[in-house]
Write a protein that binds this ligand. Sequence first.
Ligand code: C2E
Ligand code: MG
Ligand code: MG
Length: 680
Amino acid sequence: MSDGANDRIDFAGANAAVCDAVLRLRGDALTEELSRVARVLLGRRHAVFVQRGEDAPQLLGPAEGVLRQPVQADAANFGYYEIGGGAFTETDRRDLAGLAKLTATLLQVQSMAQRATRAYAQVEGQLAHQSQILDQLQESVLTTDLLGYITSWNKGAERMFGYTALEAIGTHILFLYADEEGTEPDTFAEHGGRFMEVRRKKKSGEVFWASLSLSPLCDLEDKPIGLIAYLSDITERKLAEERLNHLAYYDELTGLPNRTLFARLVDQALMVAQRNVGTGCILLIDLNRFKLINGTLGRGVGDELLRQVARRFRDALREEDVVAHLSGDEFAVGLFDIRQHFEATTVAQKLQAALAEPFVIEGQKLQVGASVGISVYPTDGEDAETLLRMADIAMERAKQDNESPDRNVAFYCNDMNQGMQERMRIESGLRHALGHGELTLYYQPKFEIGSGQVVGAEALVRWVHPERGVVPPAEFIPLAEATGLIVQVGEWVLEQACAQAAVWNRAGLPPLRLAVNVSAREFTPSLPGRVADTLKRYRLDPSWLELEITESTLMHDIERVIGIMDRINQLGVALSLDDFGTGYSSLSYLKRFPINTLKIDRSFTTGIPADASDCAIAGTIISIGRQLRHRVIAEGVETLEQLEFLRESGCDEVQGYLYAKPLPAYEFEQSLRENWLLTA
Ligand code: C2E
Ligand code: MG
Ligand code: MG
């Protein structure tokens, strides 16, 4: 390294050397190199660069014979050059000032670069920190864009849902949903913190409960660009809550709702009933002999008995009926889907019948019965508590009847009680009638208007009561329908009508359509098979038989009904639609029903010819029948005027007192032979 006083280099060479030094060197090495450059630039033996902190204070002035040049840029002070030896020329001063300026500029650039690097490293460090914190969280933190597409997914989310960030990011948040709740993606566009408890689904398919808080995700200008969702698993807590809830509202022993829940459910149902002007009933059921069993055989047996009773009650009822265990040997049932209060008696009897079979517990056969008290909404009360109280009073009353305590049922209301007793008498009488040949069929002829000939007859059931004489069907058919006895009655009627047809067939009468009434409850998929079987057994041609069904039958499950009708049609058995005009069958459906005959209800025939609207209705039915290619018959024809009107309107057949009342079989046959023209 040259150190000679006259050994100067040019300014450009010095510049390059300074650049090189500032770029490569630090600390003492830099100081030394800059000092050397200063020496060679000025050709002096004594020249140093003294490095200072950027904000070093100004120094005292230089010593005598020393040239000092501060190295500073803007406010930053990097030190100074100092040249010894005196006798400085203008060139010396200019060169030194130039050198100092360049050095300062370079050092400033370098220091700025260093600072930026440091700041960048700091930010990078912070980011790494934050993502570490985010990943250490047990909770899921994820973000979505405004449309609900996932934009970030922490490790907690990976653990919670089982999807990696790679799998989750870019998919729509809905794929984590367990069920249909809140599937509107719009809710994600909404901002503002929200907190809720939700059900979500893991990759494994497992569904869990999570608490979810949502807050808006904003860009640097505070414009919302998505949502931050923070989820934690609260399944444990939810399950605990559910357990608590179950304890509060369900009876632990039987698993049935307890009194609190029952009252709530009843009040809710009553609110609906109020809107729909419906009827509701509460049945209070008290087990007979339970206390005795519990006392003598012990609580274990008593508890098991209650569990089994609960199960039998539940099985005996429909899904929508509420059954609860109130206390000890008391159960309650809420019925809100009934049309008439007396249907509650049928349910009460069903519950009693469910206890008929003995219970077998620890090898012992046990028998319990039940007394049932019934209160009716809205007659007896309008809220659960009142209705329960009234049912309790009714139940006590039921218990007092010592004759058959296991079959006691009582309404709170006296009138209803009497009605029920009457109905129960008829019901048991009807069961007896079925088994003891007290039912019989009457036949009423049907005439073809054009020819005046008998073309068929309607078979109408009668109950020949040993004391009351002939009981008309109006007095027992509705009850038979309500109790289900109609099915047995119907079976008997079909059998009897076919037996009669076989007798007349053998006696040489030409085929006569015998019409049998079939109620809605009999119109099941098993009906066509039963009809076919009966025809076969009596070796009857199907043209001997016709089934009359009412409009109410058609109003249930249309497709199912049409299926049954089709099968009856395929047998060759005719179908007629009874009481036509009184129901609500839609005309658009009517054309789909495979029926042969429309039967104008007697209530319209009665008004002919005086009542204009009855005439209009009858006329309309006839023209509908024409258009749909159905035959039309009018029932209840009592006068010649009615017959005339019907004839003019184009009605095909008539049935009514004008020709004949329903008659016992032998009288019918006699009239047929003696008075009525028969089709050959
Ligand atoms: P329905 O099927 O509409 O039967 C016609 C009813 O009108 C019969 O009453 C018949 O006696 C009566 N009637 C016929 N012509 C006249 C008339 O000119 N004037 C008056 N005032 N009445 C007339 P009935 O026999 O009392 O039967 C009543 C209802 O009971 C029947 O109405 C039918 O719905 C039902 N029913 C009768 N037998 C059975 C049966 O075996 N099974 C089923 N499910 N229901 C039956
Ligand atoms: Mg009929
Ligand atoms: Mg009718």
